[in-house]
Design a protein around this ligand. Structure first.
Ligand code: C5P
Length: 210
């Protein structure tokens, strides 16, 4: 059973994906980490993010086992990820690895932006998890503050909201695998839902798709 979960930044898709994976005992891949990993290496080595050749070479050599740590979760890394993710050759370089993960015996849960459309278009269970930009900014704000990324509170919330809007526009507007709702995906709006309610709705959707 492949469970494909897509949606914009801070929509709750990661939490739902982790919970579904734990519930069904399936391996889980947060595919945003792949792009964050490429973006992080570009930043750390001082390569310009628009250098497609270097970003592609980094993507080709990326090892899933290296994708851990707080440095991948920062605003900076998320922003860099969305820039390198718009390069078609970078996406191509990360395709086989994601398809192999999805093809594991017994199934897998993958979350990202193009799982139901490009990586696993035949997945029986597809969810598109979303929430209003303001609610997503509040969630991301709380998460970043919890990790100690705080300047002036009000200005920081405004900056996070602006990041979200910019990222939505970039992810939806790119020509290579843009963020779109797969025609057969169930749309789950988590704006007014708590984690338990969102998970229950996701679980019900997956159960009925099996
Ligand atoms: O989900 P997360 O915020 O970690 O993703 C970071 C960025 O990586 C996204 O803004 C998006 O540009 C890119 N991404 C993507 N395709 C995926 C997962 C993430 O383009 N499957």
């Amino acid at each position: 059973m492949i469970i494909a979960i897509d949606g914009p930044a801070a929509s709750g898709k990661g939490t739902i994906a982790r919970r579904l994976a734990a519930h069904f005992g399936l391996p889980h891949l947060d595919t945003g980490l792949l792009y964050r990993g490429v973006g992080r290496i570009m930043l750390d080595r001082g390569f310009p993010l628009d250098n497609v050749e270097i970003a592609t070479a980094i993507a080709e050599n990326l090892d899933i086992a290296d994708l851990a740590g707080e440095a991948l979760r920062t605003r900076e890394a998320g922003e860099a990820a969305s820039v390198v993710a718009a390069h078609a050759p970078v996406r191509q370089a990360l395709l086989d690895l994601q398809r192999a993960f999805a093809a594991q015996t017994g199934g897998a849960v993958l979350d990202g932006r193009d799982i139901g459309t490009v990586i696993a278009p035949d997945a029986p269970a597809k969810l598109f998890v979303t929430a209003s930009p303001e609610e997503r900014a509040r969630r991301r704000f709380r998460e970043l503050v919890g990790r100690g990324e705080l300047a002036d509170e009000e200005a920081f919330y405004a900056a996070v909201l602006a990041d979200i809007a910019k990222r939505d526009a970039r992810d939806s507007g790119r020509s290579s695998a843009p963020l779109i709702i797969a025609p057969d995906a169930l749309v789950l709006d988590t704006t007014t839902l708590g984690i338990e309610e969102a998970f229950a709705a996701a679980l019900a959707a997956v159960e009925s798709a099996r």
